[in-house]
Design a protein around this ligand. Structure first.
Ligand SMILES: *Cc1c(COP(=O)(O)O)cnc(C)c1O
Length: 394
């Protein structure tokens, strides 16, 4: 039996460790130069003007919503096939959430569903103020088409690119905000690069950047240009908005900066592993992740889908396959339980059946281990075990 193989895992080098130790010996543990450099370097990497480092992508999404002035009475649409944070951020602001069903091929927001829902929402006067497309598994949504639809209806866009730093869309880095107002990254340990916990907002809009700077640190400014009266002295600061303490520590930023040095290596290895999965799994009764020609995924996840159509069979087979893989020490996971089926969201009025493509996908999905440190021999073991389990149960 192999040692447990997790579905995702950070890779920490001696340089990463040293950079965190160096911070501990420095003058700043928080609100120092590292968080500023980290934001600057990620912005540079993506080709974006502005970035703010934060303590999580969840905070980053919240601050992005606040900067776009979301509040009670406003509506946000996002993908049901995502982590809860993609929609909770709207609820934090008192806004209403709704979902756009996914495309059965990419598992990202469906353009057709979006188009149709926008037409209906125009008639019922329920258009959203903000759309949050999620780049599921690291594959970009079709942002050019999404942007042109949103422009038509005057809707702002926050990209939830928590999975997708290092991925590309139309040969440009995800995060450059060419087709959005704001883009958000996560640096949770299972993501592409890690800061232990951490997130970031990126934007090309100076006004949004200044707002996000304010909201991520108590709504407090030391910039006399935006104060309501002249400064009392060098100690003086003003609170001009209701903000939060969402700052990234210097330890996190040092780790993130050090990890950023290896991002191309991380992505390259993930892409090789994904390609090997595709080659080795092609004969099994599985739908493998489709890649749209306009995208180059960062491959945060490698979700495979059982081909069985009928819901009950699909659910029972998925459970058997999942449990047997786990029993073989293979740390498979499922991404995602559709957000609208969660009890909290059902209390808001959503029902099972509301977004059938996301639900159909969920019933048959299994995420196979995929991370930088996964070895070829571990991958072969995963494929052989999965193949055997499928043969025994189909
Ligand atoms: C991980 C994740 C988040 C939240 O990221 P944190 O940094 O853990 O707050 C949000 N959205 C998606 C799609 C994610 O995968």
């Amino acid at each position: 039996m192999k040692a447990f193989i997790p579905y995702g895992k950070q890779d920490i080098s001696n340089e990463d460790i040293q950079s965190v130790i160096d911070v501990l010996h420095s003058d700043y543990l928080t609100q120092g130069p590292k968080a500023i450099s980290f934001a600057k370097e990620v912005a540079q990497y993506c080709g974006t003007k502005y970035a703010v480092a934060m303590n999580s992508a969840t905070s980053a999404l919240h601050v992005a919503c606040l900067a776009l002035q979301l509040g009670p009475g406003d509506i946000v649409w996002t993908s049901p096939n995502s982590f809860l944070a993609s929609s909770n951020c709207a609820l934090y602001c008192g806004a209403t959430v709704d979902f756009v069903d996914i495309d059965p091929a990419t598992y990202n927001i469906s353009l057709e569903a979006l188009k149709e829902k926008l037409e209906k929402a125009t008639i019922s006067n329920r258009l959203p103020k903000v759309l949050i497309p999620v780049h599921f598994a690291g594959q970009s949504c079709l942002m050019r088409e999404i942007k042109s639809l949103c422009d038509k209806y005057n809707i702002k866009i926050i990209e939830d690119a928590s999975h997708a730093i290092g991925g590309e869309y139309l040969n440009q880095k995800i995060g450059n905000c060419q087709f959005s107002d704001i883009c958000v990254f996560s640096f949770h340990p299972v993501k592409i690069i890690t800061a232990a916990e951490g997130g970031m907002v990126l934007t090309n809009n100076e006004d949004l950047y200044k707002k996000m700077m304010l909201f991520h640190s108590h709504g407090v400014t030391r910039d006399s240009q935006i104060m309501t009266e002249s400064s009392h002295g060098a100690w003086y600061y003003q609170q001009i908005a209701l903000g939060f303490n969402y700052r990234m520590t210097e330890l996190q930023a040092a780790l993130g900066l050090s990890q950023l040095n290896r991002i191309e290596q991380f992505i390259a290895r993930r892409r090789i592993l994904a390609q090997q999965y595709e080659e080795m799994l092609s004969d099994l009764a599985l739908v493998l992740p489709f890649q749209h020609k306009d995208t180059a995924s960062s491959f945060h996840l490698y979700p495979v889908l059982l081909k069985t159509i009928e819901k009950k069979k699909r659910l029972s087979l998925r459970k058997v396959v999942f449990d047997q893989l786990r029993a073989a020490n293979i740390g498979v996971n499922v991404h995602y339980i559709p957000i609208h089926t969660q009890p909290y969201y059902q209390k808001l009025g959503f029902k099972c059946g509301d977004f059938p493509n996301a639900e159909f996908y969920y019933f048959g999905a299994i995420s196979l281990p995929l991370h930088f440190g996964l070895t070829d021999s571990e991958q072969i073991y995963i494929v052989e075990t999965l193949s055997k389990i499928l043969k025994e149960n189909l």
